[in-house]
Design a protein around this ligand. Structure first.
Ligand SMILES: [Zn+2]
Length: 143
């Protein structure tokens, strides 16, 4: 599916407690991207909200699917998101992805994005990931 079918939006202003989301469609000045999980969203209803534009078109999203946030290692015109932005469940930092492209329509991220990472809580109890997505964002397509 396309990033624009998964409520894809660029993120900026990242801090330990969150980030802001852009309604625009340029990667310039953006620290990352957020989009809905195509794996967990499979088979769910796609909603088109004509009252709201993102990326220059009506917002499209999957009812009830969670979001994946990826910060860039090489943002343009802005600093890399701080290391404590978007920590994993176990409190360790997430990696940053190398980005190329100019917009949601041609964004490419490397390497792959793997959400299926087991984690251990502060009591030493191991948990499987609830999300099994492992895929790619290539030229605006999420596979
Ligand atoms: Zn998922």
């Amino acid at each position: 599916m396309k990033l624009t079918d998964l409520d894809g939006r660029f993120a900026f202003g990242a801090t330990k407690t969150g980030s802001s989301l852009s309604d625009g469609n340029t990667v310039e000045g953006m620290q990352g991207v957020m989009f809905q999980c195509p794996s967990c969203g499979a088979g769910k209803e796609i909603v088109v909200d004509h009252e709201r534009e993102t990326g220059g078109r009506p917002r499209r999203f999957i009812a009830g699917a969670h979001y994946i946030r990826v910060f860039f290692a090489n943002p343009r015109g802005v600093d890399v998101a701080p290391p404590d932005a978007d920590l994993r469940n176990d409190g360790t930092p997430n990696p940053r992805w190398t980005m190329s492209g100019t917009s949601l329509d041609d964004l490419t991220l490397t390497p792959s994005i793997n959400c299926d990472i087991p984690w251990t809580d502060k009591d030493g109890v191991a948990h499987p990931s609830s999300c099994k997505y492992h895929g790619f964002v290539t030229n605006g397509e999420v596979t």
